[in-house]
Design a protein around this ligand. Structure first.
Ligand code: SAM
Length: 531
């Protein structure tokens, strides 16, 4: 079973049955939220910009739907977020949505955002999260375990509601970011108007195996074998029609078919009376012609996981075959955002169309990310007005601010008053956007430093105090807080923080001097009174 020093893991498997998917799932299950520490990228789909874009689209959709079906206003709109992962997207999305609903006077409309994942480890993280808890308390967010590969009832943890045809009176909105690239796919090829299925065989060096699992995915070699097949491959016309279209319209290529997405959408359609709105962002193919001419399957191996380019075109065709429509952004470099419906059309929904034209076809999450990357490389050349404008575009995103905070502090003193006022207002928004994740720095401390640099000691002390919850054993934080409290004439509290700082760093001379200084002033006080 071995070739040279390689071990054969499996041979001639249909791709969706490959053990690769099991390995992937085990990884997410084991890693839980730590998957996002230097392993699985998350920023691109979990930032305030994309969240606000989705909120605008969903808001437009709700308004269009209620205008067409006024009687449904009294029923909740459910959103099911599949593979919610870290929860960072949820936080920004739900917050932005409720702010927009308030501005639009939609106080009576109920929206329930269901965060779901197949693994409990992610849910356990959300349960205790400082930013998610308040959303749950307000009744805006619920949790559920939902595995795209299983057709099990979806029961909301908090209210015990089942998502089914009796509760889903309004269409079910499904959000799936960076999930269809990690869920089951099959592989096909087209050559000379014939359709082929590609099966996979896997091998890897023997010392790359831990039990029956490869340690580093990059060291797994995949071999493909092609076998001619008929386009009535699945016996499901919704899917087989897509294969037939590809057989007749593509010239010479290999492509992925997102069979896991089809199965999940089929199940959710049953629950939701065949009415779904789906929003998704991922690495993927949009237009049909972009699927042609591929010589190798678009599958990529990373440290502990792998990803596959999402065939958004096929998802669009599937939803259209189920009586819907879809909007795929025109191809551009980077990730793709796509919106699909089934059971109803999108083209006669005015507000939805406007939002799609502005935030999917127009300034999309991919365009934002491209700009952000360029900015990250060059912020040291930027003045504060440019940085402030970028922060505004980014929705005062802590992830970005942490990269340029030290540049901001060096520029504060020489900047004009308007820019400074703009930055100052944004700082409160930045703090409100803090979403704690393992091994991320605490932006509350940086917001404190901003106000400290401006000698606004009250605001600085407020944010330093909030930061203590997330970085309790930090010398600089305790020392800075001591300083601010001293300048605010609260020497008793200042002493407490200086002493704590000294305990954390017994060699720190400056803190020792402050303690001595305050203690001497305290001792001198009664004498002065006597005089
Ligand atoms: C790449 S992460 C994306 C997380 C998040 N949506 C984002 O954009 O950062 C994939 C997520 O899907 C979850 N997942 C993997 N397989 C799943 C399945 N079969 N059903 C539901 N969730 C799944 C993983 O636990 C993980 O949270």
């Amino acid at each position: 079973m071995t070739t040279e020093k390689n071990i054969v893991i499996e041979q001639h498997k249909r791709f969706s049955k490959s053990t690769l998917w099991r390995i992937q799932k085990d990884y997410f299950d084991r890693a839980g939220v730590s998957a996002w520490v230097n392993q699985v990228p998350f920023y691109i789909t979990c930032n305030p910009f994309i969240a606000k874009s989705y909120a605008r689209i969903f808001l437009g959709f709700m308004r269009d739907w209620m205008a067409k079906h006024p009687e449904t206003r009294q029923h909740p709109f459910y959103i099911l977020e599949i593979g919610a992962g870290s929860g960072r997207f949820t936080f920004y999305f739900v917050t932005a949505l409720h702010q927009m609903m308030q501005q639009a006077g939609m106080h009576d409309v109920r929206v329930c955002h269901v965060m779901s994942d197949f693994t409990r480890s992610n849910m356990q993280y959300w349960e205790k999260h400082h930013a998610i808890q308040p959303l749950v308390e307000k009744g805006w967010v619920e949790f559920a375990i939902y595995d795209m590969e299983a057709e099990r009832p979806i029961t909301l943890v908090q209210s015990k509601t089942h998502l089914d045809h009796t509760t889903l009176i309004n269409p079910l909105t499904v959000i799936g970011n960076y999930i269809f690239d990690t869920s089951l796919n099959d592989l096909f090829g087209v050559r000379e108007e014939a359709l082929y299925e590609l099966t996979t065989s896997l091998e890897t060096p023997q010392d790359n195996m831990d039990g029956n699992t490869p340690i580093e995915m990059e060291k797994v070699k995949v071999h493909y074998d092609a076998k001619k097949v008929a386009s009535e491959f699945y016996g499901d016309p919704l899917i087989d029609n897509i294969l037939e279209k590809y057989r007749s319209e593509l010239q010479d290529t290999v492509f992925l078919l997102p069979i896991g997405a089809f199965h999940a959408l089929g199940f959710l359609r049953k629950l939701a009376n065949n009415r779904l709105l789906l929003l998704s962002t991922d690495k993927g193919n949009g237009a049909l012609h972009t699927l042609d001419g591929a010589t190798t399957p678009p599958i990529y191996f990373h440290g502990c996981f792998f990803s596959a380019m999402v065939n958004f075109h096929a998802i669009g065709e599937y939803m259209q075959n189920a009586g819907g429509e879809y909007c795929l952004q025109t191809p551009r470099k980077g990730i793709k955002t796509a919106v699909f419906s089934c059971g109803f059309g999108l083209s006669d929904m005015g507000e939805t169309q406007r939002a799609l034209s502005d935030w999917v076809e127009g300034m999309s999450p991919a365009d934002y990310f491209t700009l952000h990357r360029r900015m990250s490389d060059t912020f040291n050349e930027c003045q504060l007005d440019t940085i402030a404008a970028h922060m505004q575009l980014a929705g005062w995103d802590p992830h970005i601010y942490m990269k340029l905070a030290s540049r901001v502090r060096t520029l504060i003193k020489d900047t004009d008053r308007d820019t400074l006022n703009f930055m100052t207002a944004g700082m409160h928004q930045l703090a409100a956007n803090f979403y704690d994740m393992p091994k991320t720095d605490c932006v509350l401390f940086e917001v404190g430093l901003f106000f400290h640099t401006l000698k606004n000691y009250a605001e600085a002390a407020k944010y330093y105090t909030q930061a203590r919850h997330f970085m309790p054993e930090n010398y600089s934080l305790s020392y800075n807080l001591g300083l601010c409290l001293h300048y605010l004439d609260n020497d008793t509290a200042a002493l407490t923080h200086f002493r704590y700082a000294l305990a954390l760093n017994p060699d720190a001379k400056e803190v020792q001097e402050w303690i001595t200084h305050i203690e001497q002033e305290k001792d001198a006080l009664p004498l002065m009174k006597e005089e």
